[in-house]
Design a protein around this ligand. Structure first.
Ligand code: ADP
Ligand code: MG
Length: 701
């Protein structure tokens, strides 16, 4: 962090002093604030409210509506302390409108009761509910006040994210002190007015003050939805910062040299000649885009997205052969052992006839086998396939030219970087190709993958049949089993997929064992096999091979089959607890059927009752097979964390911005980002430091 120029210390240092410089913040309070990630004064400026309470006005009792959270004031008309079922304090509050509001308390102290007296005046804040006899507030916040006309708050009351032992009042007052030190726009503002004006974005200072202390009368509805112009101003800057962070990461990587991989096409020609099919137009186009990148002497950073079954592996193989023809090694990394094994098999089938050694390196490869694998890698074996074990200490490549990551959303930026670092030698880094199965909505890709170029395989190989999808309650499980019987007796094959909400491989495996036993009992005339993540690799392989060979009619599996299984004759899939899975994952699973000539179907079994959201999601699966639409819907319904996977979200947590809600800002973010990087590099640096702060996450990239 030494790139900061010393010429404008006042501007750069605004707000970077520690919190203990604020009056009243001692070591103990600093520790509490530290738990919230708040260390510098400016961290408090950017610690934004979760929501607001409106105590700037009083709502007359006659105007109350069920569900409102409001402040009211009135005089106590009656008090009833009851014990019928459990202790209960009921207080009737009235105002000039002659409407009565009942305040109900279940937990209360004697002192509290003694404070309440008929005729005394209370000011309460709470949610209005419908009670048995009329409108009520349960456990409102309240204070006794001396008389009518007691002044009201001048601004909306912000409610901040906080931590145990740090109350809203205390936190609010520390934030007040920090805001008092908010400098003027000349120092604080980093976005040049010329860039802001066309977008209608106000100044940062104004936005921060509005968001922390919204004036009475501010649009509470819009604030609640994070759509107030002040919040959008902040969201814009935050998205911009995140975009700049990734762009800068990319620029930094681009400054490295990479070996130009031109190749003579010899291996690729033989590979294509042996392939039992012709690549689709989309596959050829994307392979060309990749090849063009590989010609450069700076590293490729390309994401290839393509729906499940679109044939990404062929594209990866062509890129690999390009590198090998050029005398370099390639490493292919997959997030699960099963997927990595599938790639291993494909690559061995394809490459060994070309005389290329394919080395396998996964966590389970131990002892002598591991030693041999490491020696082969260090000795320059052309193709290495594996899991994250490829990134571990002790793995040394001789001449790594290309890294291929089949990420299926399971790797984050950091892991991508780690593998790239493996190949860093004498100022050169390998090229990098990332494969991803879920089509990412454009706006999200702009943000999440701003460090990568994107190619899309937007065409499926010929001969795929659409999958008919039905949504069925678990109560009709028996009918579903009958359906399997009928289909399998006709020579078709079926998957039965067991899923669990917790990512516990063990529980999932148990559920699969139970389902396996149930189906074996119900379908004695059919061969039913089981495959789950806790089985030995050889057992898994045996079960899959038997299924592939048609010796098994029903394969009971956990979500391990999400990736990697390819059996065209399997035309029926049952997914248990479908309501618990993300749409993208359901789409991945369903992509395992519909690969042959027979009409395929997918049964989404759910356990009632279904929430409204779950109903909507399953409906999407029923209505469309288009991965793009499904991903967009997933983004809309569940947010970017679900679409990108949890690992991705670690680095994508925002304070104000929300990739789904604020997607419309992305095109402008991208434009402004380009201008900043090209013309105001120093501002870009400061923006990142402001928002990303001490945890400048990509600093070492
Ligand atoms: P994904 O994009 O999901 O990784 P794969 O690369 O696993 O897809 O390909 C899915 C299946 O389609 C494989 O069996 C593969 O051999 C086959 N395939 C790929 N490309 C074509 C093509 N152009 N024509 C016919 N089949 C293809
Ligand atoms: Mg694949």
């Amino acid at each position: 962090m030494s790139t900061v120029s010393s010429r404008a210390p006042a501007a750069l240092d605004a707000g970077t002093q520690p919190l203990t410089t604020l009056k009243g913040v001692g070591p103990a309070l600093a520790v509490s604030l530290g738990k919230l990630g708040l260390e510098r004064v400016q961290d408090l400026w950017f610690h934004l409210p979760l929501r607001y309470e409106d105590r700037t006005r009083l709502v007359p009792l006659a105007e109350l509506k069920v569900g409102d959270r409001v402040q009211v004031e009135g005089v106590i008309e009656a008090i009833d302390r009851g014990f019928r079922y459990r202790p209960q304090l009921k207080v009737a509050l009235g105002d000039d409108s002659h409407v009565t509001l009942l305040l109900r308390f279940f937990h209360f102290r004697r002192a509290q009761v003694e404070q309440m007296a008929v005729g005394s005046r209370l000011r309460c804040y709470g949610e209005v509910r419908q009670g048995p006899t009329g409108l009520e507030m349960v456990h409102p916040q309240y204070e006794r006040i001396s008389g009518p006309g007691t002044p009201l708050d001048g601004t909306l009351t912000p409610i901040y994210p906080t931590t145990d032992g740090l109350g809203q009042k205390r936190l609010g007052s520390v934030i007040d002190k920090a805001l008092a030190q908010l400098p003027g726009d000349d120092v604080l503002e980093l976005l040049p007015p010329a860039l802001r004006a066309p977008l209608g974005l106000g100044s940062l200072r104004e936005a921060l003050l509005t968001v922390h202390r919204p004036p009475a009368g501010a649009d509470l509805q819009r604030l609640a939805r994070n759509q107030h112009p002040a919040q959008q101003r902040l969201a814009f800057e935050e998205l911009l910062t995140q975009h700049l962070t990734l762009r800068r990461l990319r620029e930094r990587v681009r400054r490295y040299r990479a070996p130009p991989l031109v190749g003579d096409g010899r291996l690729r020609q033989r590979f294509l000649a042996d392939l039992p099919f012709t690549p689709t137009g989309a596959q050829s186009r994307v392979a060309e885009e990749v090849a063009a990148d590989l010609h450069h002497d700076h590293p490729m950073l390309r994401l290839v997205q393509g729906d499940v079954g679109s044939g990404k592996t062929v594209v990866a193989a062509l890129a690999a052969l390009n590198a090998v023809e050029s005398g370099f090694q390639i490493a292919l990394m997959a997030p699960t052992e099963l997927l990595a094994e599938q790639h291993l098999r494909n690559f061995r089938d394809w490459f060994e006839p070309l005389g290329l050694e394919v080395v396998w390196l996964a966590g389970k490869v131990q002892g002598r086998a591991r030693k041999a694998a490491l020696e082969a890698v260090a000795g320059g074996a052309p193709v290495v396939v594996g899991t994250h074990a490829l990134m571990q200490e002790g793995v040394m490549f001789a001449r790594l030219g290309l890294v291929i990551v089949d990420e299926q959303h399971r790797f984050g930026v950091h892991q991508r970087l780690a593998l790239r670092d493996k190949g860093r030698q004498a100022g050169e880094v390998p090229h990098q190709l990332v494969l991803t199965a879920t089509p990412i909505p454009r706006t999200l890709a702009m943000s999440a993958y701003a460090d990568l170029d994107v190619s899309s395989i937007d065409e499926l190989p010929p001969g795929r049949t659409p999958v008919q999808t039905v949504v069925v309650s678990n109560a009709r499980r028996g009918e579903v089993v009958e359906r399997i019987r009928a289909a399998c007796l006709e020579g078709r094959q079926a998957y039965w997929v067991c899923t669990l909400i917790e990512e516990s491989e063990q529980l999932e495996a148990q559920a699969a064992e139970v389902a396996h036993a149930e189906l074996q009992a119900a379908l004695p005339e059919l061969a039913v096999a089981l495959v789950h993540g806790r089985m030995k690799a050889a057992e898994k392989q045996a079960a899959m091979d038997a299924f592939k060979a048609g010796e098994i009619a029903v394969l009971v599996a956990t979500t391990v089959i999400e990736v990697g299984v390819d059996v065209p004759n399997a035309s029926l899939m049952i997914i248990e607890n479908a309501e618990r899975l993300g749409l993208s994952q359901l789409h991945q699973l369903r992509g395992r059927v519909g690969r042959g000539a027979v009409a395929s179907s997918c049964v989404l079994l759910y356990r009632p009752p279904l929430s409204q959201m779950a109903r909507e999601r399953l409906q999407v699966m029923r209505d469309t097979g288009d991965g793009f639409r499904i991903a967009e819907k997933d983004l809309e319904l569940r947010g970017p964390g679900e679409v990108l996977g949890t690992r991705q979200t670690g680095q994508m947590s925002f304070r104000v911005a929300d990739l789904a809600r604020d997607a419309h800002l992305m095109p402008a973010v991208q434009e402004v980002g380009e201008v900043l990087l090209a013309e105001h590099e120093a501002l870009a640096e400061r923006l990142v430091r402001r928002w990303v702060g001490g945890a400048a996450r990509y600093a070492d990239a």
